[in-house]
Design a protein. Structure first.
Length: 156
């Protein structure tokens, strides 16, 4: 089990531009991932993901993706009102996504929280997720705790 990372801020009036420094005994894969995430955020670069539209290969920005789900053993990617497919597994696709934007809501689906317009928790033991484009889906009981924690982070 990996230890929690301590995050802190230090004010330095002599510093002309912000710096991010990571201190650790050794460089790990998790640290490399953290560095890449920070660099992408600061540079405004969001990783693009290769998907298929028929036989054509399309590169999608993560910001455009609203949801990813499995339908008839195929991975479907919804973005800007269009449906795409991917040959990746859902787990592999999810591993390439920004974890601040995306949350897994079931074994078969991942959603972009920035594309969600609301949540309906009126049905006991589950959660209905409403999207900006008018579509909707349901979170599984198994993922309910994680979904609720992410909702709390959004509202704080």
């Amino acid at each position: 089990m990996e230890k929690k990372i301590e995050v802190s801020f230090q004010s330095d009036r002599s510093c002309e531009s912000p710096q991010v420094v990571i201190k650790a005994a050794r460089k790990t894969e998790a640290i490399d991932e953290l560095i890449n995430t920070v660099e992408q955020r600061l540079n405004g670069n969001v990783q693009r993901i290769k998907v298929l539209k028929g036989d054509a290969v399309v590169l999608l920005d993560q910001n455009d993706i609203s949801r990813i789900y499995i339908e008839k053993r195929r991975l479907v990617v919804c973005a800007d009102g269009e449906r795409y497919e991917s040959r990746m597994s859902l787990s592999e696709f999810y591993s390439r996504l920004d974890k601040d934007m995306f949350v897994r809501i079931s074994r078969f689906e991942v959603v972009n929280l920035e594309k969600v317009s609301g949540f309906d928790q009126s049905v006991a033991g589950t959660i209905k997720i409403l999207f900006e484009d008018g579509s909707e889906t349901w979170g599984s009981r198994r993922c309910l705790k994680d979904i609720r924690e992410r909702i709390k982070k959004l509202t704080v």
